[in-house]
Ligand binder design. Structure first.
Ligand code: KIV
Length: 262
C-alpha cells in the first residue's frame, strides 16, 4: 500500500523514518518497498552529472529525473529537492514549487532555507504541498563541496537553529532535514520539535535518517564524508564483472552458442 504523509511523519517517537536518495526509475524500483521516503536530491548534480556544486543543476533536469522516480515509486513517498535559483523570492519559489508538483506529481518538496521560508511554507500548506525544510549545513550556500562547513561551532548557532526550526514547524513544515551538524544540536532540535527530524551527518538522535544512495553503496568516489557508512562496495563488484566480461570477449569465450541465434 502507498504510504501517506501522515503515516510516515507520525512515526516520531515510535519508529525511525527511513529515507534514501534516488534519481532513476530502475533504482527506485529496487528500494521502493524498503524505505519511507525517496528524495530526488540535487546531489544528482555531483553524483550523476559530475558538477562540483549543487548550484548548477536546474529545475528541468531535476523534473526529468523526478518523473522517472515517481513512476517507479508504488509505496514510498517521493520528495523533490528544490534546486538553487538566483531568485529565491517568495513568489518565484512558490511558482517553481507548484510547477514542479504539477509536472512530476511528487508527494512533497524539500527546500533549503531558514526563516525566509516561513511564508512560502504557509502558502504551500494551504495548497496541500507538504514541505520538508532543510537546516544546518546547506550545500546550496556553497560554491564547491570542498568548502562545506559543519554547523554548530559558533556560540549563537544552537539558539538560531532552534528558533528557525520552531518557526518553520509553526509555518507548517511536515519535517526538518538536519545536515552536517554537531550531535548536541541535532539532539536538542529533535527534542523541541513535534515534527520529525531527518538526519544526514547529524547523529543517531534524529527521528529518521537519509544518505545519498551512491555513497552508502560505494558507487561514488573513494573519499566520502565521515558520516557515510558504506554498506556495499558496488564499484569493486562492477569492476570485477566488467574485467571478466572484457576477458571473455577477448578470449572469444563470450558470446558462445548458448547466447546466439542459430
Ligand atoms: O540532495 C541530496 O541528496 C540531499 C541530501 C541531504 C540527502 O539533499
Amino acid at each position: 500500500m502507498k504510504r501517506s504523509i501522515k503515516s510516515v511523519f507520525n512515526k516520531k517517537n515510535k519508529k525511525k523514518i527511513i529515507c534514501l536518495t534516488s534519481y532513476s526509475y530502475n533504482y527506485t524500483k529496487i528500494i521502493d518497498d524498503l524505505v519511507d521516503v525517496v528524495l530526488v536530491g540535487d546531489s544528482m548534480s555531483n553524483v550523476l552529472y559530475g558538477m562540483d556544486s549543487t548550484r548548477t543543476i536546474d529545475d528541468q533536469i531535476m523534473i526529468n529525473h523526478a518523473t522517472a522516480v515517481k513512476k517507479a515509486a508504488e509505496k514510498s513517498l517521493v520528495f523533490f529537492d528544490l534546486p538553487y535559483n538566483k531568485d529565491f523570492s517568495e513568489s518565484n519559489t512558490v511558482k517553481r514549487v507548484l510547477s514542479v508538483m504539477k509536472k512530476t506529481s511528487c508527494d512533497g518538496v524539500k527546500i533549503e532555507g531558514n526563516t525566509e521560508l516561513e511564508d512560502v511554507i504557509k502558502y504551500l500548506k494551504k495548497k496541500n504541498v507538504p514541505v520538508m525544510a532543510h537546516l544546518g549545513l546547506q550545500p546550496q550556500k556553497f560554491s564547491s563541496t570542498k568548502k562545506f562547513k559543519i554547523y554548530g561551532k559558533k556560540k549563537e548557532d544552537l539558539n538560531k537553529i532552534i528558533s528557525d526550526s520552531l518557526c518553520l514547524e509553526k509555518a507548517g513544515a511536515v519535517s526538518i532535514l538536519l545536515e552536517g551538524m554537531l550531535t548536541k544540536i541535532a539532539k536538542q532540535v529533535t527534542t523541541v520539535l513535534a515534527i520529525p527530524t531527518i538526519g544526514i551527518g547529524a547523529s543517531e538522535f534524529c527521528d529518521g535518517q537519509i544518505l545519498v544512495s551512491e555513497d552508502m553503496l560505494g558507487m561514488y568516489g573513494n573519499n566520502h564524508p565521515k558520516f557515510v557508512k558504506r554498506y556495499e562496495d558496488l564499484s569493486k563488484n562492477i569492476k570485477i564483472a566488467v574485467k571478466k566480461y572484457a576477458k571473455e570477449v577477448n578470449n572469444s569465450k563470450f558470446p558462445n552458442k548458448k547466447f546466439r541465434y542459430d
